[in-house]
Design a protein around this ligand. Structure first.
Ligand SMILES: Nc1nc2c(ncn2[C@@H]2O[C@H](COP(=O)(O)OP(=O)(O)OP(=O)(O)O)[C@@H](O)[C@H]2O)c(=O)[nH]1
Length: 389
């Protein structure tokens, strides 16, 4: 098989141009992080296409100018891709490292093409540069890759690891050959694999970006569906799912779960006096006061208007009562600021223990509800606990 560098550059450039346009026009309506990242990837593809077209058509430039200008475009595209991936993943951008790598890559390739022309060293230098680029991307992709909902992220991570392995293979083959083939066009096995993958690179990387984008959107949707938009705590659906997980864990450890139902006292009067917007702000502050009292592992969620549920794993009755009392006390001592003035608010709390033998949380939730009702009847601003199941 004869490998032609100009044809390869033409295929690469055409692909990059089409993908850049698709990404640009396909992301015109979005503005979140992932979309910004995709747009930067589109810009990188445009720059890459320019570099590839210069390499493919040479535009009557000297071969040295073609090499230097083509590489300037391609290395800039690589640097932009590093930043684009980090924008999509919401990681530290590392602009400086990306630019420094690009400059070092360009200087090395230029040196081994002009001052000290050496094909093997040029390939080695280029491979080190590409591996460092891949390392930055691998570092960005590494975090959180063990979770179940990060398949695309893991796939991309493997793609970069394989790319580094391919670069190592190519260099080892070149440096151990008795007469090293000069040029990427030499029809060796490693060159064929390398050229094939290089030719597909714009497409593969862009598909990787899109899969990642889709995965991030799915995750955001999943989280949005489980978060109360006003207070930012878990909503009913999130609580339902979390309680199943907690109960399964409690069953395997044979430990109880504490349930607290917390309801603001006379909240209607706050709305009536100050309006709904100020009432919303008070709810936010109330959630903050509750959260401050929780241990790591405890979960708070909003079950209704001014009613919140706390799930506290591995607690005995006395610990649960102490936690409820801490919350009640903290809320009572908090000054809620409405229209420049400080007001106080109290909560009533119903507590119950879910036994590890219980099939779901419904029973404990009902008992906590009854205890809450008793707390309200007892005059509010107090904690009541129900008898165990
Ligand atoms: N500002 C605001 N108010 C809400 C929200 N959800 C529910 N409420 C209000 O919470 C109040 C609940 O009133 P009630 O159920 O009578 O309870 P309460 O006034 O707290 O009285 P007790 O619970 O008996 O102590 C109503 O005025 C609701 O409009 C919300 O998201 N924001």
């Amino acid at each position: 098989m004869h490998l032609n560098v100009e044809t390869l550059a033409l295929i690469n450039g055409g692909q990059a141009l089409v993908l850049a346009l698709l990404l640009w026009f396909g992301t015109r309506n979005g503005s979140n992080n992932a979309v910004q990242g995709l747009r930067m990837r589109a810009t990188a593809l445009l720059i890459e296409a320019c570099g590839d077209f210069i390499l493919a058509f040479d535009f009557k430039l000297s071969s040295l100018t073609v090499l230097l200008v083509g590489n300037t475009f391609n290395l800039s595209a690589q640097a932009l891709t590093i930043v684009a991936l980090r924008i999509v993943l919401n990681r530290t951008l590392r602009w400086r490292e990306a630019i420094a790598l690009g400059v070092a890559g360009w200087l090395g390739v230029t040196y081994f093409a002009t001052v000290h022309p050496d094909y093997l060293l040029r390939v080695l230098w280029g491979s080190v540069f590409l591996s460092c680029n891949a390392a930055l991307n691998i570092a960005a992709l590494w975090g959180g890759c063990s979770k179940r909902d990060t398949r695309a992220q893991c796939l991309l991570l493997w793609a970069y690891l394989l790319a580094v392995a391919l670069l190592v293979w190519r260099n080892v083959t070149l440096w151990t050959a008795v007469t090293p083939p000069q040029g990427i066009g030499a029809p060796t096995v490693v060159n064929v694999v390398y050229v094939f993958l290089l030719g597909m690179q714009p497409l593969m990387a862009s598909v990787g970006f899109l899969l990642l984008y889709n995965e991030i959107l799915q995750r955001e949707l999943h989280d949005l569906a489980r978060i109360d938009p006003l207070t930012g705590v878990t909503n009913r659906l999130g609580l339902l799912e979390a309680s199943e997980t907690l109960l399964a864990r409690a069953r395997s450890r044979r430990e109880p779960i504490g349930v607290l139902l917390i309801d603001a006292d006379h909240f209607k009067s706050i709305n009536d006096r100050f309006g709904h917007d100020d009432g919303d702000r008070v709810l936010l502050e109330l959630v903050y006061s509750i959260r401050r009292m929780l241990r790591t592992g405890d979960l708070v969620g909003r079950v209704g208007g001014e009613e919140f549920l706390v799930l506290s794993p591995s607690v005995k009755e006395a610990d649960l009562l102490a936690l409820a009392e801490r919350i009640r006390n903290a809320v009572e001592r908090t000054s809620f600021h409405i229209a420049g003035q400080a007001y106080t608010l109290t909560v009533s709390i119903g507590a119950a223990i879910a036994d590890p033998g219980e099939l779901d949380m419904m029973g404990a939730r009902r008992r906590a509800d009854t205890a809450l009702y008793e707390a309200k009847r007892a005059g509010r601003n107090c904690v009541m606990i129900s008898a165990t199941a």
